[in-house]
Design a protein around this ligand. Structure first.
Ligand code: ADP
Ligand code: GLC
Length: 528
């Protein structure tokens, strides 16, 4: 099968979060299973291309406006073919989605051009059997395919699988954006891409794609509830028979203490001694004294966003620091959390180390050198760091939500099973309780080692998830009447719909919660 990934970021070229890890690792895993995969990404500043495939594509943008991006060749890496949409005025900028003053004001135009160009890549360069799109930046691919391209013999029957990595980022714009980017006004209704008077691109992706996936089973359930749906839970429920949760995997070629090139000493489940060397190194990296080497180090590596639950830490910071522990924090983002952690470092010198930065080598050092890894997320579609932590013998303490709930089993001292510590209630008290449980078990070396080994034995490789995606691509092709490659039955998946052609798959229902903000990349709400 020929699968065309369309995404706004992907390693090794661009990254702001876990999406980029997924967009690198899943194509690799699909190639390993015999599929052909190409990835279309924007050519951001610093993205190197090896050649120009098409010097100029003509992209209509609404009205009489045209743009002329090039398609650059990113060569073949790990068997995966890369194409870049190259329009320097749009993509050769400091940031991917915005700068210090916020989101770029022309993000709708940037990603509308990107989506149209991605469709043209399939038409002219790399004919796809299925599109796999990710998050709101790529939602116009299914919208356009099933509307403006609905009679195009080259792409009208190519199905779209759309993955929601985060329901909190909508790509929401005022109505005038339709004319600015050339989306038909006829789509502006509650069963289309209208969302309480605004244009909501994520909603377009949810409505017009053949299958929807999200990045854990738990999150697939959660987004159908008002608490986690960010106002789109009604749409998610309406598409419930086409919504599948597939937990993300881990790329163990990048995240494995036996091979990690960034850490001070390599180690394995058979011989954990290197982990202590990593701990010493970590304290040094964060300018912390070695006098607390015997105390547990709790690590955090994160985007600083409301989603990540740091308000719980703010609430209980001083009680937390009354315990015998060391805290190391690597992250950047929301100013209020940067200030919170800076203030903690100032209040507890030698015991709290903070780096406000995005630093991949240091992220590896935290995974290896910390004893525990804290993710108190308010919501977490999948989360990757808790799974990286398991491999490094770094015991996760997580809130039981989304992928955190699906990937971490609570430790049971009676039978010695479980990989971490979980709390359910979104309260500082519950967080503190889980941390104290972990600290308690850390005191018993034998028990602690059991927990570490339980985690290190887990296999969260991409093999299983990649097979699940492949089945779903086949199911999506069957829906649109494409011949299947392998004759593989799409076991357990929803039957083909009654009608096809120009999709009118509407939500038929207006999402409930209104007025939760209308920004582009910023989470739509964080207060659920
Ligand atoms: P999200 O995508 O919501 O940010 P994930 O857990 O899926 O959360 O993925 C985050 C990814 O970004 C991980 O690979 C993590 O190591 C990385 N990361 C997050 N913050 C930083 C940082 N400050 N420095 C380096 N890597 C980071
Ligand atoms: C999002 C989510 C995160 C997930 C990542 C990759 O950024 O916040 O939980 O792991 O996407 O799917």
């Amino acid at each position: 099968m020929r699968i065309l990934f369309v995404a706004s970021e992907g390693l090794p070229f661009s990254k702001t979060g876990g999406l980029a890890d997924v967009v690198e690792a899943l194509p690799k895993a699909l190639v390993a299973q015999g599929h052909e995969v190409a990835v279309v990404l924007p050519r951001y500043r610093g993205t190197k291309a090896s050649a120009v495939v098409m010097p100029s594509l003509t992209i209509p943008m609404g009205g009489t406006r045209l743009r002329f991006p090039a398609i650059a060749d990113g060569a073949v890496l790990n068997g995966v073919r890369y194409f870049f949409v190259d329009d320097p005025a749009y993509f050769d900028r400091d940031g991917l989605y915005g700068g210090s003053t916020g989101d770029y004001p022309d993000n709708a135009e940037r990603y509308a051009e990107f989506c149209r160009a991605a469709i043209e890549v399939s038409k002219r360069i790399w004919p796809a059997d299925v599109f796999h799109c990710h998050d709101w930046q790529t939602a116009l691919v299914p919208v356009l395919l099933r509307t403006l391209y609905g009679d195009d013999p080259l792409v009208k029957n190519v199905p779209v699988v759309f993955t929601i990595h985060n329901m909190g980022y909508h790509g929401q714009f005022t109505r005038d954006v339709l004319d600015r980017v050339g989306i038909p006004q006829s789509l502006f209704h509650p069963s289309g891409i209208e969302f309480f008077g605004s244009v909501n691109l994520l909603k377009g992706g949810l409505v017009f794609s053949d299958y929807l996936t999200t990045v854990s089973k738990k999150y697939a359930e959660e987004i159908q509830t008002p608490e986690y749906g960010h106002g789109l839970d009604g749409v998610a429920r309406n598409r419930g028979d086409r919504l599948v949760g597939i937990l993300n995997g881990v790329d163990y070629t990048a995240w494995n203490p036996e091979k990690d090139k960034w850490i001070a000493a390599k180690y394995s489940a058979e011989d954990l001694s290197g982990k202590q060397v990593c701990k010493q190194d970590l304290l040094e990296q964060f300018g912390l004294s070695q006098e607390h080497l015997g105390w547990p180090v709790i690590g955090i590596v994160s985007r600083f966003a409301d989603q990540k639950g740091f308000d719980l830490i703010a609430e209980k910071a001083h009680e937390l620091m009354r315990e015998d522990l060391v805290l190391v924090v690597l992250g950047s983002g929301d100013r209020k959390y940067e200030d919170l952690f800076r203030a903690l470092a100032a209040a507890y010198p030698g015991r709290v180390g903070v780096k406000i930065a995005y630093d991949n080598p240091l992220a590896h050092k935290v995974e290896a050198g910390a004893d525990m890894f804290l993710m108190p997320s308010r919501y977490e579609p999948s989360g990757l760091n808790q799974m990286y932590s398991l491999k490094y013998g770094t015991v996760p303490i997580v809130r039981a939500t989304g992928g955190l709930d699906d990937s971490i089993e609570p430790f049971d001292v009676e039978d010695g099973t479980g990989t971490g510590f979980k709390f359910k209630q979104y309260t500082g008290e519950a967080l503190l309780y889980a941390v104290r449980q972990a600290l308690h078990h850390y005191m018993d070396e034998r028990i602690w080692k059991r927990i570490q080994l339980n985690g290190m034995e887990k296999d969260f490789s991409w093999k299983g998830p990649a097979s699940e995606y492949a089945k779903l691509y086949e199911a999506a092709r069957a829906l649109r009447g494409s011949p299947q490659d392998s004759g593989q039955a799409a076991g357990g998946l929803a039957p083909p719909p009654q009608s096809s052609g120009k999709a009118t798959a509407g939500s038929g229902q207006t999402p409930r919660a209104a007025g939760r903000g209308a920004r582009n990349q910023k989470p739509v709400t964080t207060s659920n």
